[in-house]
Each structure stands twice: as structure tokens, then as C-alpha cells.
Design a protein around this ligand. Structure first.
Ligand code: PLP
Length: 277
């Protein structure tokens, strides 16, 4: 079952108009929210970010936080899986004529949930590969927009090159991953790009920082260069569906001789403990 504009229906019965601006222009925003132990994880934070994205592109939020909570929980009841990932998208809606500018429309709301297969710590311990690429995206990466052409191109490249992620840089400075935030440990300090228009402010990113604080690890929300990345003691990526993954090879060069770091292990454990709160 999926949710479309106020109704719970079968996925193969969910249809939208070709005049929907989500289809014509990618004019919409989205959220991906994990479910652990049958419970929605960090819903308030996701709803807050959704509101920020909607405000940025002048779409009125169709529902109150309470209503979102009830819709999402109702949808989850159709699935048996304890671990799921909700995909929620709001487009500006259907217009009569295809034109770039818009007037007030009724937003289209679509929600589905899929099984979330998180990797075990043992699997993560093997480490993952990434490659670097110049960041060709626009200067409003803070909006969780459904216009994802650059991210689609990067993810396809990652698939073809058989790597986990593409790490992006602007003028030698690492911004984030194609679908994740990036962290580096160097001399016991955690570095990650500051939240601004060049990255998406990840909900998992915040939790990584929360975990690091709990362990009194010093944190620098400043960007770091590709050269610094190559000499990192540890490198991680984070996202709601991948959690916190260690990267041990970048552009075919080993990070920390290919070893997983101790800081990752502690931060990962802390993150896991948050799931059960
Ligand atoms: N940055 C980008 C470009 C992303 O697409 C994502 C998630 O999909 C993230 C960061 C991580 O965000 P979150 O931790 O909220 O999933």
C-alpha cells in the first residue's frame, strides 16, 4: 500500500497526471525516514527539514506535524517489517499549462515504505570504496529537492565503477557524497563540511555529531581538502539508509592502510544505541 493525496491505495493503482510539476520540472521536495523496531526514527527532525525545504520553494505544507505522524504510522501498519524506510515526496501539484513560473496549486503528496536492509557491524568492518568527482550541482543543495539529475548521474557512475559512493569537491574542498555526508578523522578531531547551501544538512550527520560529542571527540565543522582526505586517519559517510559507513579506499588509494578506525566503531555503537531509545 502507498499513500497518495489523502488515500491509502495499492501501488499499482497510484497514478498522477502528466501535468504534475513534479514530473514536468522536478518541482518538489522529499524526505527519507528510517523505521527501527517498528518506530519512526527522528520524525520531528525530518519534518522540520521538510518544512525548511517547502518554505525554500514556496510550497505550503499540506499537513500539520500531528497529521504527518498519524499518516505515516497508519501507512506502516500495512507492512510487517520492523525496519523500513519511508519515502515521502511533495510536488507543487498539477497545472493546466506547462510553464516554469507557478501559481497556487494543490500539492501532490506521495508516500511509500520499503524494507530497510541495514548492514551489520561485521559487514561494515570490511570497509568501502569511493571515488572523487567535482561537485557539478547547484548552489541550493540544502533543499532536499526531487530535481536529482546530478545525483542520478553520480550514482550511476558509482554503480558502473563498483564503488559505494562518489565524494564531491568544490575548488579542492570536499562538500559531501552524492547521497551522503562525509566525515574525516585526523589527529583525533572530526571534520565535516559546515551546513550551508553546498550540502544537505543530514539528519544522520547531526546524530554523528551528537555521538562524537558524547565521546568528547573534538569537532570541526569546517571543510577539508581532497589532499587532507587522502591522509585521513578515518573516513566515513552517513545517511538515513546507510547509517555510518567507513570508507577505506578513495580513487584506488587506501585510507589509513585500509584499516577501519576505532572512532568509527564507537560512534557507530552510539548511533545503534539511539535506535532503541
Ligand atoms: N547529502 C545528500 C546529497 C543526500 O542525498 C543525503 C541523503 O540522501 C544526505 C546528505 C544524508 O542525509 P540524511 O542523513 O538525512 O539521510
Amino acid at each position: 500500500m502507498v499513500f497518495l493525496n489523502g488515500e491509502f491505495i495499492k501501488k499499482n493503482q497510484a497514478h498522477i497526471s502528466v501535468m504534475d510539476r513534479g514530473f514536468l520540472f522536478g518541482d518538489g521536495v522529499y524526505e527519507v525516514i528510517p523505521i527501527y523496531n517498528g518506530k519512526i526514527f527522528r520524525l520531528d527532525e525530518h519534518l522540520l527539514r521538510l518544512q525548511t525545504s517547502l518554505d525554500s520553494i514556496k510550497i505550503k505544507n499540506p499537513y500539520s506535524p500531528k497529521k504527518w505522524d498519524s499518516i505515516l504510522n497508519k501507512l506502516l501498519k500495512f507492512y510487517n517489517n520492523q525496519e523500513q524506510s519511508i519515502y515521502l515526496q511533495i510536488s507543487r501539484g498539477i497545472s493546466n499549462k506547462r510553464q516554469h513560473s507557478f501559481s497556487n496549486l494543490t500539492p501532490t503528496v506521495y508516500i511509500e515504505s520499503n524494507i530497510l536492509l541495514t548492514k551489520t557491524k561485521e559487514t561494515l568492518r570490511t570497509g568501502f570504496s569511493a571515488i572523487t568527482q567535482p561537485d557539478i550541482r547547484w548552489s541550493r543543495c540544502d533543499i532536499k529537492s526531487t530535481s536529482l539529475l546530478a545525483n542520478v548521474m553520480y550514482s550511476q557512475q558509482a554503480k558502473e565503477k563498483n564503488v559505494e559512493e562518489i565524494i564531491l569537491y568544490q575548488n579542492t574542498q570536499v562538500t559531501e557524497g552524492a547521497t551522503s555526508n562525509v566525515f574525516m578523522i585526523k589527529n583525533n578531531t572530526l571534520y565535516t563540511h559546515p551546513t550551508n547551501v553546498h550540502i544537505l544538512s543530514g539528519i544522520t550527520r547531526d546524530l554523528v555529531l551528537e555521538s562524537a560529542k558524547a565521546y568528547h571527540i573534538s569537532i570541526q565543522e569546517t571543510s577539508f581538502s581532497i589532499d587532507e582526505l587522502n591522509t585521513a586517519d578515518e573516513l566515513w559517510i552517513s545517511s538515513s539508509t546507510r547509517e555510518i559507513m567507513p570508507i577505506t579506499k578513495v580513487d584506488n588509494k587506501l585510507i589509513n592502510n585500509g584499516h577501519i578506525g576505532n572512532v568509527w566503531s564507537r560512534v557507530y555503537d552510539y548511533y545503534q544505541s539511539l535506535k532503541n531509545v
